[in-house]
Design a protein around this ligand. Structure first.
Ligand SMILES: *Cc1c(COP(=O)(O)O)cnc(C)c1O
Length: 392
């Protein structure tokens, strides 16, 4: 069978061709007016993409680098912090906070679940310096309620740091209105470019906290990056090619929004939401159980059907179609399938994934799957969304 490789994973995500060309053409020195013009433009676009007037910095690292920077810039050793953890990425906050000797209180929920705001409130004493959370827990397909959390912390001395690495571009945030102090993104997710850049926006409260933090930091000293960014530069040699790619991706979103980047971003989010809804509806029509309780638009986590390992579904999909789905991570391996709706994926991709899943599942468990059950359910969801859109 002829096969075309496709990524349906929650990072890296499929690459935007225009961004790939921009990368290949990015032969410029970083201490020149040309680079400063590019970087200044990209930083301004990132603010619109994130939806904030807070200062943004870009780091040459994967997303975890920005998570580490948030811990090392906002805390001091011995500080009490609260981590809200319900999956692999929540556990990463705990590990980071402990690595920097924070007194780390963890509100831990089972994989697939989210926490109730009341449970957070019960642990939120005035000495908690920072709350760390994911907007969308990529390992489980769960959305956490960032807006209510921000509401809870408003007017307290506690900072809210949100890993929105798969949240940005799939979730609507009111960053400044709600008071999210630090929001973090990564290049290989909704921005449709390769891994290697992390970015974050920090509130004035957060910038002020950085002045009193006693953690050691050098490369990830966000104050240095902010100062350089104001001049259109980065503190050290930036990843010039990835920044050019990021600019092209943000231009693309601006074009999608007919010249309005915020509108283009909203279309990207709506696209993820619709794809996720189609996928969930298709899964249910195929009598597959969803793993998450509060569904993220970024990624749909589906339980493997009884007697089938999700690893075999992933393998089958790769063998048959050269399409890459994600298995569960760590202890969830073999238990759940994860399908991304992040970035450069649209309804046709979603339909293709459902059709491919029907093929693979009917090979693994022929008695349980009817061709077209999932597809039909998704088609109906799409048609209804389209009609609603027209009526508006
Ligand atoms: C992808 C991802 C990260 C970052 O991982 P890196 O491999 O360091 O880029 C962090 N948090 C979430 C929720 C993610 O999806």
């Amino acid at each position: 069978m002829f096969r075309k490789t496709r990524l349906f994973t929650p990072g890296p995500t499929p690459l935007l061709p225009a961004a790939q060309f921009a990368m290949a053409a990015a032969d410029l020195h970083h201490r020149t007016p040309e680079f400063r013009a590019l970087y200044t433009k990209v930083l301004a676009q990132l603010k619109v993409f994130i939806g904030t007037s807070n200062d943004v910095v870009v780091l040459a690292s994967s997303g975890t680098g920005a998570m580490e920077a948030a811990v090392s810039n906002l805390t001091s050793p011995g500080d009490k912090v609260l981590v809200l953890s319900a999956g692999k990425f929540g556990e990463r906050w705990t590990a980071l906070a402990k690595a920097f000797q924070c007194e780390t209180v963890v509100l831990s929920k089972a994989y697939g679940e989210t926490f109730a705001i009341k449970e957070v409130q019960a642990l939120l004493t005035p000495d908690v310096k920072v709350v760390f959370v994911q907007a969308t827990e990529t390992s489980t397909g769960v959305r956490h309620d960032v807006a209510s959390l921000a509401q809870l912390l408003k007017g307290t001395g506690t900072l809210l740091v949100v890993d929105a690495i798969t949240g940005l571009g799939t979730t609507t945030f009111n960053v400044d209105g709600d008071g999210i102090d630090v929001i973090i993104g990564g290049s290989q997710k909704a921005l449709m470019i390769p891994p290697g850049l992390a970015y974050l926006a920090a509130s004035e409260r957060a910038w002020a906290r950085m002045e009193t933090s006693k953690q050691p930091r050098y490369y990830f000293d966000l104050r240095k990056e902010r100062k350089s960014a104001a001049k259109g530069e980065s503190a050290y040699t930036p990843s010039v090619a990835l920044i050019a790619a990021m600019g092209a991706a943000l231009d693309y979103l601006e074009q999608q929004g007919s010249g309005d980047l915020a509108k283009g971003r909203d279309l990207l989010i709506a696209n993820a939401e619709l794809s996720a809804l189609c996928m969930r509806t298709a899964a249910e029509a195929l009598k597959l159980e969803l793993f998450s309780t509060s569904h993220a638009a970024a990624v749909t986590a589906i339980k493997a059907p009884a007697g089938v390992s999700s690893s075999d579904v992933v393998k089958g999909f790769k063998k048959e179609f050269a399409g890459v789905l994600s298995d569960g991570q760590g202890e969830m391996k073999g238990q759940i399938l994860r399908i991304a709706h992040i970035g450069y994926l649209d309804y046709l991709d979603c339909i293709a994934i459902i059709a491919g899943l029907e093929q693979v599942l009917s090979q693994l468990k022929p008695e349980s799957f009817q061709f077209g059950d999932g597809l039909r359910a998704a088609q109906l969801v799409y048609a209804e969304a389209r009609q609603n859109g027209e009526r508006q």
